[in-house]
Design a protein around this ligand. Structure first.
Ligand code: GTP
Length: 599
């Protein structure tokens, strides 16, 4: 029976531990791709992913493998993104699997982020095959990684496969273990159709392509299906597998992983985590665990050139076709004009979208500092409102309470760096929870922290204070009340709405002063003095002055050297591109992010 020969698995690894390289090697060993056909790292195919060397979106591929028992198997690998921003996608793609390969860099060992994903796999009762990768490197320490596996994950270190995805060592062993150790999928063809969506993307010609695993029943072309969360119905036009290019099949049956096209126009109708069933014979209930992903971080995106506004809207429209977690709505800033307030899963997601807008759509942007979503209860009102933009925080006297999102952060820290990590958490309003020794050298620290404190520079600070030895990840806990205020910034007496930020009362004065000081350094000098003020409500809490300029820029060129003059003007023009004029003052892009660089 075919189902007996199916193996569905994911690869879990910390960033850069070699997941994509290992996947490539398996594609090559199973002749799914020949070496010649193989573009380096087939699974990471977005240009930006390639450049940054991180996996962002999921890809799944079916490999045909003839095992040493002489039988042919279908190995479905489901690639997972390795970053916390995409945690929900990881958890859903794991649900489409019966096992995982856990790839660990032999020089780096297990890191906190790997742990979070391993725990997801353990929770879902998946078979875990540890692969210690990069054993070709001279500083590989296999014994250490084996010990970590035992002490931290609770897996027998001797079960690990020693591999080098680079030179091909251990790859056959990996393939054989997948066949022998990972169980075939369960679920029966003659039951109601339930298929789990773990990814979807927009194709200009065929509409949305949905990647899915059939958990039970069968999915055929020409059938009518229903999305169980949205209730929407569609006619299936095509089903198939990726081998590694799309290959049509008549039906996908229980246990199969593949794709479906059904003239769906909008990725929002093909949501990751939703269950597909038959519209004529629907399953009584969907697969468990669905949740709608909500953006956690917001920022304003404004075109530097006002006339690019429509282009920016078109570009966001196009990006959203493929990314249902990206949300945006028109925003009108007094300071920056027309733009959009956009919501992202996290900071990495935000950076990726910004970069794609600039690179693929050629739009220069002024972006405002990212902020989280606050909740506000107004005096005498029952309803609690979401505040996605600091500008729209109601005046202080109308607020009864403000709530901010909290996370639990797990740190894996070498003993020597416990102090600096605790200090950092303290500075960031962290609340200590527990500390646990993982082995003789490392501890797992748990802190409760406000999300707003980690969306800025937290990761960089952690890395620099622990020389890169600490790793961390976080999970969302919910909202808690906090004493927060909005700080406004006035440049030349005019409030610049895009510079307003929300901060804890205790830090408001300090941050207001620091930002005013930073802005003083950043704002180009003019022929007149420019006051820069920070204020809470009507109360000014800090004031700095950008001193008037005495000479003009060209003065030092003596009117002599024309090329030099041109160069200077050119340079000035370039600088201008990313400036926004507020009243009589030009504010450079950096100023809008300055709040991020205050510690
Ligand atoms: P993400 O896509 O960000 O999750 O990273 P990844 O885990 O897919 O890592 P990737 O496969 O891109 O490998 C990271 C780096 O390690 C690349 O420069 C690879 O060439 C290198 N690498 C991978 N496997 C090996 C190995 O076995 N030996 C050596 N020496 N280098 C390796």
């Amino acid at each position: 029976m075919k189902q007996e020969r199916i193996r569905n698995f994911s690869i879990i690894a910390h960033i850069d531990h070699g997941k994509s390289t290992l996947a490539d090697r398996m594609l090559e060993y199973t002749d799914t791709l020949t070496k010649r056909e193989m573009q380096d790292q087939y699974l990471d195919n977005m240009e930006l992913e390639r450049e940054r060397g991180i996996t962002i979106k999921l890809q799944s591929v079916t490999m045909n493998y003839t095992a040493q028992d002489g039988l042919g198997y279908f190995l479905n690998v489901i690639d997972t993104p390795g970053h916390v921003d995409f945690n929900y996608e990881v958890s859903r793609s794991l649900q489409a699997c019966e096992g995982v390969l856990l790839v660990i860099d032999a020089c780096q060992g297990i890191e906190a982020q790997t742990l979070a994903n391993i725990y997801l796999a353990v929770e879902q009762d998946l078979e875990i095959i540890p692969v210690i990768n990069k054993i070709d490197l001279p500083n590989a320490d296999v014994d250490k990684v084996k010990r970590e596996l035992e002490e931290i994950v609770g897996i027998d270190g001797d079960e690990a496969i020693l591999a080098s995805a680079k030179d091909g060592t251990g790859i056959t062993e990996v393939l054989e273990s997948i066949v022998q150790r990972i169980p075939p999928p369960e679920g029966r063809d003659d039951e109601h159709l339930k298929a789990l969506i773990f990814d979807s993307y927009y194709d200009t010609y065929r509409g949305v392509i949905t990647y899915l695993k059939v958990v039970s029943g069968s999915l055929t072309s020409n059938m009518k299906i229903e999305m169980m969360q949205t209730g929407k119905k569609f006619d299936v036009s095509e089903v198939g597998i990726l081998n590694p290019t799309p290959k049509k099949v008549d039906a996908l049956t229980a246990g199969d992983v593949g794709f479906m096209a059904a003239s769906i126009k909008d990725v929002k109708d093909s949501r990751v985590g939703d269950t597909i069933t038959s519209a004529d014979k629907p399953a009584p209930e969907p697969l468990p665990g669905y949740k709608q992903v909500k953006p956690m971080v917001y920022c304003g995106l404004f075109p530097t050139e006002g006339e690019d506004y429509e282009d920016l809207r078109d570009a966001l429209d196009k990006l959203q076709l493929n990314d249902s977690s990206l949300v945006y709505e028109q925003e009108n800033s007094v300071a920056l004009g027309f733009g959009f307030r956009c919501g992202f899963l996290g900071l990495l997601h935000m950076e990726i979208i910004q970069e794609r807008l600039e690179r693929e759509y050629n739009i220069t942007l002024v972006t405002t500092a990212p902020n989280v979503v606050y909740r506000v209860k107004k005096v005498d009102e029952e309803e609690i409102i979401d505040v996605e933009n600091p500008t729209y925080l109601p005046p202080r006297n109308e607020i009864e309470a403000i709530y901010e999102p909290m996370v639990r952060a797990n740190f894996m820290v070498p003993q020597d760096y416990i102090g600096p990590v605790m200090e950092l958490c303290q500075e960031k309003r962290g609340i200590y929870e527990t500390m646990e020794y993982l082995d003789s050298l490392r501890v797992m620290l748990k802190y409760k922290l406000p999300l707003s404190e980690i969306v800025y520079d937290f990761f960089d600070l952690l890395k620099s204070r622990t020389r890169g030895y600490a790793s961390f990840d976080y999970e969302l806990l919910g909202y808690e009340e906090a004493k927060l205020v909005k700080v406004d910034i006035l440049v030349n007496k005019e409030p610049v709405d895009a510079l307003s930020f929300i901060v804890h009362e205790d830090k408001a004065y300090y941050k207001g002063r620091q930002l005013a000081d930073k802005l003083r350094e950043m704002l180009p000098r003019q022929m007149f003095d420019i006051p820069v003020q920070a204020a809470i409500g009507n109360k000014v809490i800090a004031r700095e002055t950008v001193k008037a300029l005495k000479k003009n820029v060209l003065a030092k060129c003596y009117g002599g050297d024309v090329t030099r003059k041109r160069k200077l003007l050119e340079k000035q023009k370039e600088g201008k591109q990313r400036m926004k004029q507020i009243g009589k003052v030009d504010i450079p892009q950096e100023a809008f992010m300055a709040v991020l660089s205050i510690d």
